[in-house]
Design a protein around this ligand. Structure first.
Ligand code: UD1
Ligand code: BG6
Length: 365
């Protein structure tokens, strides 16, 4: 079933133009989004006091990527909860809350326990899952299947990008009653139509990412700095490297750089800075300057044609990616990092599809 590919993770990375197409199939109209599973619940969601995203691992990161756009379109505060932490704290959940559970498998123990807890507390419970008939799909009040197709590699790749796209569509559906955001919504719907093509473009970086992996093969550690829409990309890129390449890697909020991480910067530690064009671009330019002043070993991800704006000295390595609508940029930006993690794993001789000590679905606490 791997076709021409050596590993499932590799196949699943490369099939993202297709999986994203199936995720959107039948759901995008000219200037509207139709999510059959949410239709009758949209009014209740719009009246919620708070939306809470709950998940684990990559699914949590996907929700984090979608959060800024959901806040922007709905005007409702969006809280983030790692399922285990919510359970540990027994954090407050109310009847006026909408709790959105994100899980590729729909069977992750902590996520399901958090669901039981939210149901007991009377919240509207929405599921976002890849698995029809899963416990999550059955026990939530309503939800959306991501329809990404079966994912076999333990490290989630295509489910991540499909989850983000579904949550962007959820935000579009929730915000559909607001005239003030209509033109933004139209622009995002157009951009969604073109997204699979742009993902095909960014996949052309495969051999460049293999070269980059070769240069990092002996590295002990790798940092990834992002912010805004791409804070999640930093966390998820680092998680991929950690999970499969068995290399220490941390995703960090660039806005926190001066509050600790800066102490780590030297000429040897590679740091990936995500600096594609969006409202945070100039702040990321200044982060790059500060890292450069401390002789950091920089790898900068920027929008096509922006090399001289992010690296005027010409001394950093640059990954150029296609620029898309800001809220969809995380879908593009994660792809080179998935490819990097994949190639690092192969070059370091580790098991790509079954990383040491990890399971595809963690069904016990
Ligand atoms: C549904 C059909 C799809 C068909 C389409 C045509 C299913 C699974 N989907 O897709 O085959 O082509 O209509 O109109 O039969 N749900 C939850 N929790 C979750 C996920 C989903 O309760 O975590 C519920 C939804 O609220 C909905 C149902 O499951 O009632 C199906 O969800 P989804 O597949 O996303 O709906 P459609 O896209 O309308
Ligand atoms: C496991 C997987 O840890 O569970 C991860 O190895 C995944 O890839 C996480 O992100 C959460 O799984 P799910 O199925 O709830 O999305």
């Amino acid at each position: 079933k791997k076709g021409n590919y050596d590993h499932f993770m590799q196949k699943e990375i490369h099939e993202q133009p297709h999986s994203l197409t199936t995720t959107m199939r039948g759901r995008l109209r000219d200037n509207d989004v139709v999510l059959g599973g949410l239709k009758v619940h949209l009014k209740t969601i719009r009246h919620s006091r708070r939306i809470i995203f709950i998940g684990c691992g990559t699914s949590y990161n996907a929700a984090l990527a979608a959060r800024p756009f959901l806040e922007e379109l709905s005007g409702i505060p969006v809280a983030m909860e790692l399922a285990s932490d919510l359970l540990d704290r027994q954090g407050p959940i109310y009847r006026e809350d909408t709790a959105v559970f994100v899980s590729q498998s729909g069977e992750t123990a902590d996520t399901l326990l958090a669901l039981e807890y939210a149901l007991e507390n009377g919240a509207l419970c929405v599921g976002i899952t890849n698995t029809v008939g899963s416990t999550l799909a059955r026990k939530t009040h309503c939800g959306v299947h991501i329809n990404a197709g079966c994912e076999i590699g333990v490290a989630s790749t295509k489910a991540y990008t499909s989850q983000i796209v579904v949550m962007v569509m959820v935000a579009l559906a929730i915000g559909a009653d607001k005239i003030s955001t209509q033109s933004k919504r139209d622009a995002i719907i157009n951009a969604l139509h073109d997204l699979p093509n742009q993902v095909s473009e960014v996949l052309k970086l495969d051999s460049e990412m293999k070269d980059l992996a070769e240069s990092l093969i002996e590295t002990q550690s790798l940092l990834v700095f992002g912010r805004g829409y791409n804070y999640a990309t930093a966390l998820e890129g680092a998680l991929k490297v950690k999970e499969v390449a068995l290399m220490h890697s941390e995703g960090m909020l660039a806005g926190e750089m001066k509050h600790g991480p800066l102490a780590l910067v030297d000429e040897t530690l590679p740091i990936i800075v995500i600096a594609t064009r969006d409202a945070c671009f100039s702040k990321q330019q200044s982060v790059i300057q500060q890292l450069h002043a401390r002789k950091g070993r920089l790898i900068v991800m920027c929008s096509n044609g922006d090399v001289s704006s992010v690296c005027p000295s010409g001394s950093c390595r640059v990954i150029e990616v296609p620029q898309v609508a800001d809220c969809l940029q995380p879908v593009i930006n994660i792809v080179p990092l998935q490819l990097l993690a994949y190639h690092l794993t192969v070059l370091r001789g580790y098991d790509v599809d079954q990383p040491r000590n990890l399971a595809k679905s963690v069904t016990t606490q």
